[in-house]
Design a protein around this ligand. Sequence first.
Ligand code: GTP
Ligand code: MG
Length: 172
Amino acid sequence: MSNTSSFKLVLLGESAVGKSSLVLQFVKQQFDEYRESTIGAAFLTQTVKVEDGSNVKFEIWDTAGQERYKSLAPMYYRGAQCAVVVYDITNYGSLEKAKSWITELQRQADPDIIIAVCGNKSDLAERRAVTSDQVQKMFEGEEGLLFVETSAKSGDGVQALFTVLAEKLHNS
Ligand code: GTP
Ligand code: MG
């Protein structure tokens, strides 16, 4: 019998960057072209196996990115061991929004929170508006952040993102 530990993970980021799509791809290996914008937040769980055979169970809070739900966010990141802050690689403004979420997490969330900065929609490379240099510059001098690119559409990078987080959480 293998042991399982549970971790609370929160997804944050501007509306339409693909937070719910990332979760759907991670949990069900599915993608919808037409997803409805999240109302309030959604809760899902998914378990992954890490290297030593243990299970890591993610308790995922998929928050709503629309501005009117902004004040709810602390309820979801409070007590979270892990945060995925998502931007859309075709939308520079969404990177700036990601930066402001990181600042808020650094001030208000658990000091040991593990944070990944995720550039989503990598399948839309021809419309790219954010380069890795711009990302580096935006988060210059900040330690411990993980940087990844994903496509919730093709699935590229999605399992890898959650596997890296699971290993980090398991070993922390
Ligand atoms: P809120 O719930 O409003 O905060 O938005 P969200 O961040 O959950 O975005 P959602 O997952 O609803 O996706 C918004 C739109 O982007 C949908 O039409 C998705 O189909 C599309 N989308 C999400 N991820 C990708 C991706 O990786 N590639 C492409 N091409 N489209 C994506
Ligand atoms: Mg959503």
